[in-house]
Design a protein around this ligand. Structure first.
Ligand code: SF4
Length: 202
């Protein structure tokens, strides 16, 4: 089954990696797609599963304030974080998270390699290594990523994560490569097989 052309490898990515139009006003660092990230994943023959944008779905495209783009990024992120902590946002996120977890479950059940989650550092929602709290960029996870990781772990899925930032793209690519290599090595070891050629040659 599934012995066609597919690589049977997938990563889950924050929505705005493939569509920067969903970013908060004033926060988009690329015109549409983060090409460098996509090119790396294409080179490694990894399928890209786009997660929904939590802030779009919880707060709207303007994040509930049409003047949000006039604030400095960290101040606006702090305001957005407060909105993402509401009970209503938690309900919306939990519905989205259930769908992501169900997808992970399907891939794992059918023997695919889920090589990790790629998020957006500094984001109050999708931060992996850093997020925004109290008008500062601090170490820690965004509200959505923390909730998602906890839900995955409750089902026994301990996925590796990589944080990215458009302004630090070389570092982001190194983190993604390290994440997928580590995950691929774990899958290969568990299956008693050699590393796939894309990873051997990397
Ligand atoms: S970082 Fe997350 S919440 Fe922010 S635009 Fe990207 S997908 Fe949406």
């Amino acid at each position: 089954m599934f012995s066609d052309e597919r690589s049977r490898r997938v990563v889950f990515v924050s929505h705005c990696i493939l569509n920067s139009n969903t970013r908060a006003d004033g926060h988009a660092g690329v015109a549409g797609v983060n090409r460098r990230v996509l090119e790396l994943l294409m080179q490694l023959n990894i399928g890209v599963a786009q997660m929904p944008c939590p802030e779009l779905m919880c707060l709207g495209l303007d994040r509930g304030d049409v003047k949000g783009g006039e604030r400095p990024v960290l101040l606006e992120n702090t305001r957005i974080r407060a909105g993402m902590k509401s009970n209503r946002s938690a309900e919306v996120m939990d519905a989205m998270i259930a769908q992501v977890v169900a997808q992970v479950e399907q891939y794992v059940e059918h023997g695919f390699s889920v090589l990790g989650i790629i998020g957006i550092n500094r984001s109050p929602s999708c931060g992996v290594d850093t997020t925004t709290v109290g008008n500062e960029e601090v170490k820690g996870e965004g509200v959505f990523i923390e909730r998602l990781r906890t839900s995955l772990e409750a089902k026994g899925f301990y996925l590796n994560l990589a944080g990215t930032k458009v302004s630090q793209i070389d570092e982001a690519l190194r983190s993604i490569r390290a994440m997928v290599e580590k995950s691929e090595a774990t899958y290969a070891k568990a299956a008693g097989r050699a590393l796939s050629s894309e990873f051997r040659d990397a």
